[in-house]
Ligand binder design. Sequence first.
Ligand code: SF4
Length: 376
Amino acid sequence: MHASTVSDTDHATLPSDSVTPLPDFATRLVRWQRHSGRHDLPWQVRDPYRVWLSEIMLQQTQVATVLDYFERFTARFPTVQALAAAPEDEVLAAWSGLGYYRRARHLHRCALIVVETHGGVFPQTAESLATLPGIGPSTAAAIAAFCFDERAAILDGNVQRVLCRSHGVADPVPSTATTRKLWSLARSLLPQAPDIAAYTQGLMDLGATVCKPRQPSCGACPFAGDCRARLSGDPQRLPLRRPTRKSRPMRHTVMLWLRQPSTGLNWLERRPPQGIWPGLWSLPQFDTAQQALQFAARLGQVIGHQELATVRHAFTHFELTILPLRVELQARPGAAEPQGQWLDLDEATRLGLPAPVRSLLMQPIATAPLPSLLQG
Ligand code: SF4
């Protein structure tokens, strides 16, 4: 691009109150998708169960990771009936590692409603799909477009980026006003029904493979000639992010990994349905190492203990610094706490576990005895 072109066309970014659709946007995108888009993803079928699963998995996870989980998940739960019939623990275990466990709980609840209220058949309109747990308007539209050819608009993060750039929408995101404007633009661009599946897939493909957050491959884009962000000379500038908030607050916890060396059993507890990692099995947490050791002493005689390397885990609204404390003990017969139980590692790793807990439990166990409490 010539330097003069850049400065001449800085005004190509439109004022915030008007969005003029690019000519033939849908036609160009559909043509591009048929020629250059993705066609071999395992959820590219007219089966609402598989499309729904993939859409939920893809909400916060990259395609490359989802591919693996999707295959295993659908092998284990091949139909919505199989998913609904499974205990929640089994669903959480199959989801384990994908994170954002509320998605898995919603998934299970949604499967139950589809089976119990809709006779095992997914509703066929975006409007009715959006009434199900965990299905927002964009996911509902994707299912309706792919499976039932409904002219319904999607607007996930990738699509938002493509629309902001191609149409030069320079309003800050996230914001209610910008979202409303983008929904309206997304609806105005829809093609006729026969092309809706290719169009919807095209938007997803373009956002994921060409119009990437950083260094978009504009040369491969069907809108390269008139994309308003590209003409402005700095496509990456859009979407315009609101000034970032202060860094996430930090929280600390001591995680107690209590183990009986004589049996190899580990103490795990079921987390409450609210809060972080709802309903998952985890190691008990404490504010201090002393509290953790006092708890351990209620279950048996502590033989030794060791602080392991600190682990950092990021949540949406805060970061958690975990200090793992491995404690070996001789369990006292009959000693128990209502919220937990002793499990061997095989049993434990088959449960839904938070990712950092799973990694901890998979660490090789040192064979040398831990330093005695009496020494330390
Ligand atoms: S030309 Fe570049 S910035 Fe514009 S939509 Fe295409 S990939 Fe994105």
